[in-house]
Design a protein around this ligand. Structure first.
Ligand SMILES: NC(=O)c1ccc[n+]([C@@H]2O[C@H](COP(=O)([O-])OP(=O)(O)OC[C@H]3O[C@@H](n4cnc5c(N)ncnc54)[C@H](OP(=O)(O)O)[C@@H]3O)[C@@H](O)[C@H]2O)c1
Length: 294
């Protein structure tokens, strides 16, 4: 199978590049393919004629999106339209990555693929529009929503870091940490997400999927677990989102259920604490632990 990975040096893209065999993948960074360039997309997808195109590219600085509608929609919506167009012309399947932020966070229990989105930010509106364009244009597609991604490469859209690394850096210089209790999610290790995607694309079960590590926690509980695993005891104060004023609204509760994946018997994702341990091991923070097998 020929699989073209867009955003290949990003957090998820890097793990996809590790997991998909080298002989199958065509990894492209923004330098090789910018999805806002319609002509180039059409030419590249025609040239490689891949069976599957995986789009991890996004403009996803959530606060910046509020003031920067043009780049947000150019990448998260219009670029996705160009990709769908090129996939249609080359008979390629498109797997497009979306987000938990399409939900408003009021449900209070894990969101299913059948739940109605209600985006609360420009970022979320632009991502939902991207999903809708894929559904409108293609029959052979996968849309995969995930939440709170962290992976070894760090998130390029957020300065090459991720939540775990940001917290570790803060803990090294601050006597006490302030972490929110009122944002609850399913933090997901991109290695595990990439592993699940690599299985899903080999099926013909097209449609919408939630793919996250199992369980839920607040960011505060996540940070407590990081330091418990590391055997450290910094002071971690509980605060609410009000403490950190941000431009964009974020859902207070965006736990996803892997319902459609489970129906196929393909929901092999581990609980988030185990995934976090695997991440800390991969990064070399934990000794005597084993790296997960793909
Ligand atoms: N991070 C999260 O917590 C989270 C949560 C839920 C869903 N998601 C979704 O998951 C996906 C992957 O996120 P990630 O954390 O892996 O992000 P990431 O590390 O920022 O990776 C995104 C990749 O796409 C590239 N890119 C950006 N604009 C592009 C364009 N116009 N054309 C081609 N490539 C472009 C980036 O390159 P440059 O950085 O060099 O521009 C980067 O390589 C995104 O769709 C995001 O919306 C993320």
């Amino acid at each position: 199978m020929k699989i073209l990975v867009i955003g290949a040096d990003g957090q998820l893209g890097s793990d996809l590049s590790k997991i998909i065999s080298a002989s199958e993948q065509i990894p492209l960074t923004i330098k090789e393919l910018d999805i806002t360039d319609r002509e180039k997309i059409l030419a590249i997808i025609k040239k490689y004629s891949p069976q599957v195109v995986i789009n991890t590219a996004a403009y996803h600085n959530v606060d910046a999106c509020e003031d920067n509608l043009v780049p947000a929609f150019a990448v998260n919506t219009i670029g996705v339209k160009y990709l769908a167009e090129a996939c249609l012309a080359s008979n390629s399947v498109l797997l497009h990555i979306s987000t938990d932020y399409v939900f408003d966070g009021t449900k209070g229990q894990p969101y299913l693929e059948t739940d109605t989105p209600n985006p609360q930010s420009i970022y979320a509106v632009s991502k939902l529009a991207g999903e809708q364009i894929v559904k409108y244009m293609l029959k052979r597609y996968f849309i995969v929503r995930s939440t709170g991604l962290y992976g070894a490469a760090g998130c390029l859209g957020k300065g090459g870091t991720n939540f775990v690394e940001t917290i570790l850096k803060r803990a090294a210089v601050q006597p006490e940490l302030q972490v929110v209790t009122d944002e609850v999610l399913s933090p997901t290790y991109t290695f595990d997400l990439a592993t699940a995607i690599n299985v899903l694309i080999r099926t013909e079960h097209f449609g919408l999927y939630h793919i996250v590590n199992h369980g839920q926690c607040s960011w505060h509980e996540f940070v407590v677990k990081i330091f418990e695993l590391l055997g450290q005891k910094p002071i971690i104060n509980k605060v609410t989102g009000e403490t950190f004023k941000s431009k964009a609204k974020r859902p207070k509760y965006s736990v996803l259920a892997n319902a459609n994946l489970a129906k196929l018997g393909l929901d092999k994702l581990r609980p988030w604490p185990e995934a976090l341990q695997a991440y800390l091991t991969e990064k070399g923070y934990l000794q005597n632990a084993h790296r997960p097998n793909p």
